[in-house]
Design a protein around this ligand. Structure first.
Ligand code: CA
Length: 227
């Protein structure tokens, strides 16, 4: 959970991001003008700022410099420009990371988490909640609807990895590389077997998924069950 300031002039993007992040338990404030954002960013106690580069009043890059002049709050740049020199420029000007539009709330959230990990508030308990699932990353414990799950170390890692990127389809190759540390392995079976064990422990089946959705030839996605 993080307190997030979104500075974005596109009202549609702003409100959808704000509501998606709020749904996922974050404390979100959002503004459409750079100057309002700068004022809030330097005065507020935000964990992270998401700053659009193309803003109506002043350029996002200038807003970043103004924020950096007085504050070390982590800043993630959201840019529609995939121009490398822009991105290098804002990273050099003190941005912590960037996302290129269009990006999903889930993608942004993963970047937020990565930035917070790097800028380090390690005292904060790292807990991920997806629907009725709660995963305590530091304690290596997981619960489903408040009931503890008995998971092996590998099952826990698999669940935690999927939950950290909830809503995103992840290929089995990537799971093998990230969870099993086998970047060149072709052993899809390993992933399939662990997924089916994990499913069983979550009380679901491939035919009737609640949290774990697989798509043949594409990958697997963990998501909260539909309400
Ligand atoms: Ca814009």
């Amino acid at each position: 959970m993080a307190s997030v300031l979104i500075i974005e002039d596109d009202q549609r993007i702003r409100s959808s991001l704000a509501s998606r992040l709020a749904e996922r338990g974050h404390d979100v404030e959002s503004v459409g003008r750079a100057m309002d954002g700068v004022e809030l960013a330097v005065g507020g106690s935000f964990d992270v700022v998401v700053l659009d580069l193309g803003l109506p009043d002043i350029d996002g890059a200038d807003a970043l410099r103004m924020i950096r002049g007085v504050s070390s709050v982590p800043v993630i740049i959201a840019t529609a420009r995939d121009d490398e020199s822009d991105i290098i420029g804002v990273l050099n000007a003190g941005a912590d990371d960037y996302v290129v539009k269009p990006y999903s709330a889930e993608h942004l959230e993963a970047r937020i988490r990565a930035v917070l990990r790097r800028t380090g508030d390690d005292a904060a308990p790292a807990t991920i909640a997806v629907g009725g699932l709660e995963i305590d990353l530091n304690g290596h414990r997981a619960t489903l609807d408040e009931e503890p799950l008995e998971l092996t170390a590998r099952e826990f890692e698999l669940l935690a990895f999927l939950a950290q990127r909830a809503g995103t389809m992840i290929s089995k190759r990537e799971l093998l590389a990230e969870v099993w540390r086998q970047p060149y392995g072709g052993a899809d079976k390993t992933v399939d077997v662990h997924l089916s064990w994990l499913r069983k422990k979550l009380g679901e089946t491939a035919a009737e998924p609640r949290y774990i959705y697989t798509k043949r030839g594409v990958g697997v996605r963990l998501d909260a069950p539909p309400q």
